[in-house]
Design a protein around this ligand. Structure first.
Ligand SMILES: [Fe+2]
Length: 196
């Protein structure tokens, strides 16, 4: 699969700028991806660690268009879709398709339709790499989120998450808990260690 180099990825963030805080989030997710990828590789499943690092780095680039700091309300934030769309436009169709699948524990075609995405799109993490990016995105030490139960509590209490997703689709919070739990457990079985 073709994907940008780190230098190209840095240039992309110059061309499609996002707020500073999101850049440090991107760096953190990139490093989480490398860490999880290395743990799983060490446990016997070979993975392209550079793909994971660059994927983690660019997963939220769609926020250039949908960032709340630029006044986009949470219920109109469809940045995962924009990440995939932009990377496809730049010639990285498969890579964009892989890294866009990080919303919640995934969203089906039908769910993105109900949530009002600009285009109906399959955002279910369907590969180990997509699942690693999804979990790596959820680890937020600064917000006290390191474990699966921390993340579930965040879903239950975050007003932004309710405005973006859960208020629009009854039952989505419950199914999200089931999906995120399954992804987290699958990666742990493959060798992912606890974050601390
Ligand atoms: Fe993210």
């Amino acid at each position: 699969m073709e994907y940008p180099t780190q230098i190209q990825a840095d240039l992309l963030f110059q061309e499609y700028p996002v707020p500073k805080v999101l850049l440090s989030h991107s760096e953190e997710v990139s490093s989480n991806c490398g860490l999880i990828g290395a743990q799983i590789t060490e446990a016997g499943t070979q993975l392209d660690l550079e793909l994971l690092r660059i994927g983690g780095f660019l997963h939220d680039i769609g926020r250039w268009k949908y960032d709340f700091e630029k006044g986009v309300p949470p219920e109109q934030d469809f940045h995962e879709y924009e990440t995939g769309r932009l990377l496809a436009e730049l010639g990285y169709l498969d890579f964009g398709n892989l890294i866009q699948r990080h919303a919640l524990g995934g969203l089906t075609l039908e769910e993105t339709r109900i949530l009002g995405y600009p285009k109906v799109v399959d955002l279910m993490p369907n590969t180990i790499e997509a699942k690693i990016i999804s979990v790596a995105d959820k680890i937020r030490p600064q917000r006290g989120i390191l474990t699966l139960s921390d993340k579930i509590r965040d879903y239950q209490t975050s007003e932004r998450m309710h405005r973006r997703y859960f208020n629009k689709l009854p039952g989505l919070l419950e199914i999200t808990v089931v999906r995120v739990t399954a992804i987290w457990q699958e990666l742990e079985e493959l060798g992912m260690k606890k974050f601390q």
